[in-house]
Design a protein around this ligand. Structure first.
Ligand code: NAG
Length: 362
């Protein structure tokens, strides 16, 4: 093709020009051929070169590195030393349901729970029959567990707001009752949450009901108790509704002895009010609540989900931000650093102060 392009015009030209064209053509052919041959011989080296060098226009900075392996079982020293501290068992209740992400989520959660001693995992699946594939997966973690099939009654599936996970949690509560589990700590941990291992050593000492912040919840990207002078004093949640206890399911743990004092413990099929009605059914009082996670200034559990939401902007006064007597300033500044949410004194979503009168005093 290239040769034809060079030689075709030669016929219609004078001898001198013909000669010049011939020389140019020959040079061109020679140049192309030598280029091709050198390229093919160097081809294998080029692959290596391409991946071993950092292109000059890329920007990168090594921020920190360590060549020391200091791994250990996180928080295990206090958890496993039961000669000093006989540990109550944590009953970790996980409602789950068949969907694309189920096995991925259960794998991730199971491998988190593998780090936690003295834990019994209750996995309640929203299916009419036991899922053998799921059971084989659960067995492999080596964690003590109970696998329950607890389908939601058909009636609720057609509702506008489906009370997901309620049949599962009710089944877990029934299992605890039927098996006479009267000591230990109950915790509801969904399969799409992320858990810091510190959470487990925190909730294990729950005397009545402990509470702590949950990240990535609602319009504030956080749901947390408000803690003043080491006591829970109100709640910070973007959807207070008419709830007495506007908290997330993953934001509290309950001591079973305390729960045993209430005869009518239940969770209703009422989407959005599951936590509130459950906590009412165990007769919770404000003074029974123990704040955890360093007076609710740390986030040890996240409602991760497989979604991509924009960080909200929360409007907060400089007074609250600077007030060291209340957890919110420390907590919200931390979330700002993490890029979870932003704080502003002039725009964004207002700190809600309806529902609980106490919140207005902030
Ligand atoms: C929580 O706050 C109270 C009162 O300020 C303080 O006495 C207590 O030590 C704090 N707890 C933790 C874990 O920091």
């Amino acid at each position: 093709m290239l040769l034809r392009m060079v030689f075709t015009p030669v016929r219609n030209m004078t001898k001198a020009r013909n000669f010049a064209f011939l020389v140019m053509g020959a040079l061109l052919v020679f140049a192309v051929l030598s280029l091709l041959s050198s390229a093919s011989s160097a081809a294998s080296d080029d692959i290596n070169k391409e991946y071993s060098t950092v292109p000059e226009n890329d920007s990168m900075a090594v921020c920190f590195e360590s060549f020391e392996d200091t791994r250990r079982l996180l928080y295990s020293s206090t958890d496993t030393d039961n000669s000093v501290h006989p540990e109550p068992i944590i009953y970790f209740v996980t409602p789950t349901y068949p969907r694309r992400e189920q096995v991925a989520e259960i794998t991730r959660l199971g491998q988190t729970l593998m780090h936690v001693p003295y834990l019994h995992w209750i996995v309640a699946d929203d299916t009419p029959v036991c899922n053998n594939f799921l059971n084989n997966l659960l067995k492999k973690f080596g964690i003590p567990y109970t696998h329950i099939a607890s389908p939601m009654p058909e009636f609720y599936r057609t509702k506008k707001l489906v009370p997901r996970g309620v049949a599962n949690r009710r089944a877990a509560l029934a299992w605890i009752r039927n098996n006479n589990k009267k000591t230990g700590v109950l915790y509801f941990g969904d399969d799409d949450n992320t858990f810091d291992l510190k959470l487990f050593s925190e909730i294990r000492s729950t005397k009545k009901v402990s509470m702590f912040p949950v990240g990535l919840i609602g319009d504030y990207a956080i749901s947390t108790p408000v803690v003043k002078h080491g006591k829970v004093d109100g709640f910070f949640d973007s959807w207070p509704a008419k709830r007495k206890w506007p908290v997330d399911m993953a934001g509290f743990a309950v001591n079973l002895e305390y729960m045993g004092l209430s005869p009518n413990v239940t969770m209703p099929y009422k989407a959005g009010y599951e936590e509130d009605d459950f906590l009412k059914s165990i007769g919770l009082k404000m003074q029974d609540i123990e704040p955890k996670a360093n007076n609710c200034t740390e986030i040890l559990v996240w409602h991760t989900q497989t979604k991509n939401n924009k960080p909200p902007k929360i409007r907060i006064s400089s007074g609250i931000l600077r007030n060291n007597q209340v957890n919110l300033g420390v907590l919200l500044k931390k979330l700002e650093k993490m890029g979870v949410s932003h704080i502003s004194q002039s725009e964004g979503k207002y700190l809600q102060n309806d529902n609980r009168r106490k919140r207005a005093r902030l």
